[in-house]
Design a protein around this ligand. Sequence first.
Ligand SMILES: [Zn+2]
Length: 325
Amino acid sequence: MTLPLLPTSGVGSWPKKKRGQKGNLDAVSKKETAEFIKNQEQLGIDILVDGEFYRGDMATDYGRALALPIADWTRSYGNRFWKKPIVDRQLIAKEALQTEPYIYAQSLTTHPVKGMLTGPTTLANWSLHTYYRKREDRVFAYADVVNFEAKELEKAGAKYIQIDEPAIGEYHWEAELFNEGLRRAREGITAYIITHICYGDFKLVYPRLKNLSVDQIDIELANDLDRPEQSELITQMKKDPLTQYKDVAVGVIDIRPDVPVEDVDTVTRRIKTTIDILGPTPDLLQRIWIKPDCGFRTHKNPTTAYAKMKVMMDAVKKVREQYVL
Ligand SMILES: [Zn+2]
C-alpha cells in the first residue's frame, strides 16, 4: 500500500457509548469497534486503530493475561487510580492479549489496522513487584512479554504495531532503559513499529528520542504548535529535526474533552507549522504523519471526537493540495 503525503492515523482509544465488560472483546465492544472502523473509513484515515473498546486498564489487562494476582486500587498519579498487577512470579507469556482485538478489527476493513501494545517500561511502572528485585529486570521481563505479543500480532498479519510508552516523558532520566526495553520488545519483528509517548516533559527527553529502537515516534504537539516561539521543544526540533532519524507522527488536535472542536484554519496552521519545523526539505516532509494528540477515551461523546477528526482530515486534505510533490 502506498501512503499519501502526510499519512493519517489515530492514537488508539475512542469514546465508549456503552460499557462492555472491561478487558474483554464482548458483543458490545465488537459492535462499537465495527462502527468506529466505518467512521474512520468515511473520514479517509490511512492507518486505522481499533478504538480499544475492549480495554480495561492498560497494565491490569496484561496482569490478567499473565495470570498475576491483581492488587486493590492504588493511586498512580494525580487522581488516577489503578488496580495494579502484582508481579510475584516469573513472567511467562502463554496467551496473547492483543491478537484477538487486532484480528477482529482487521477483518472489518481493507485498510491496515495497527496492532496495539503497552510498552515494557510502562507495564513495569504500573505493576507492583515482589519477584524481580532490579528495575531493569522488571522492564526486561515485561519486554519479553511484549515481544511475544508483537510476534503473535505479526503472525496474525499486523504490518503496523504501536507500542505505547506514555511515561517516557515523565521518566526522562531512564531513557536508556526505555530504549533497551523497546529494543528487546521488537527483536525479530519486521512490522513497522510506532511508539506513542505522552504527558511529561518532552523537551528533557527530546535529544534521546532519535536513538529509540522504533520506526515512528508519535508525540503530542497541538498546543506547542499554537505558540511555537514560546515552546522550548519546538526550538529544539528546529535545531535538530527528529525527522532526520525517524518518522514522526505529530498531534495536531487537542484531545482534552473541555477543549472545543478546533476550526479547520487553526489545524491547517498547525500542520503548516509542523512542516516548517520538521519537514523543511522534501525528504523530511515525507517522514511526517498527522494524528490527534492522544486517544479519545476521556471523551464521553463520540460525536465531538468525530468532529475533531473530521477537522483534522479536512485540514490535511487542504495542505496536501498545496504540497503536490
Ligand atoms: Zn497519549
